[in-house]
Unconditional design. Structure first.
Length: 131
């Protein structure tokens, strides 16, 4: 049996500057049989988004250099990437933070600390919808 083409795999981009959280989320998502690419800042995220097709972007708000809200706005304003589901995954939990993310185009907002089961359910739902 041959492997599916790279375009057919469910690829997630995780943008997180904290190595411990990055590895925790990557490990958790590996149970969902998805591919997880990681970026540690906004500029790296934008480069990866232009080089690969992602089915989901998980984006922290607080990042070195370009912040997550600005990155979200840029991704959602580009016709080539605007349809990719983008969820903020962040400790910024004030209503104004959520409102800013949604105004920038985020599809959802996941507060840290988050429940692993909730994140896995989101991925499973999006993965199922993509098939």
């Amino acid at each position: 049996m041959s492997e599916p083409a790279p375009e057919a795999e469910f690829r997630i981009l995780l943008v997180e500057d904290e190595p411990v959280i990055r590895e925790l989320v990557r490990s958790l998502l590996s149970e969902e049989t998805v591919s997880v690419d990681c970026a540690s800042d906004g500029l790296e995220c934008l480069k990866l988004v232009k080089s690969r097709a992602f089915r989901l972007i998980l984006l922290d708000v607080v990042l070195p250099g370009l912040d997550g809200i600005s990155v979200c706005r840029l991704i959602k304003s580009d016709p080539a990437t605007s349809a990719v589901p983008l969820y903020m995954l962040t400790a910024k939990a004030k209503p104004s933070d959520v409102a800013a993310a949604m105004k920038a185009g985020a599809n959802g907002y996941i507060h840290k600390p988050f429940r692993g089961a909730d994140l896995m359910a989101l991925v499973a739902r999006l993965k199922s919808a993509a098939q």
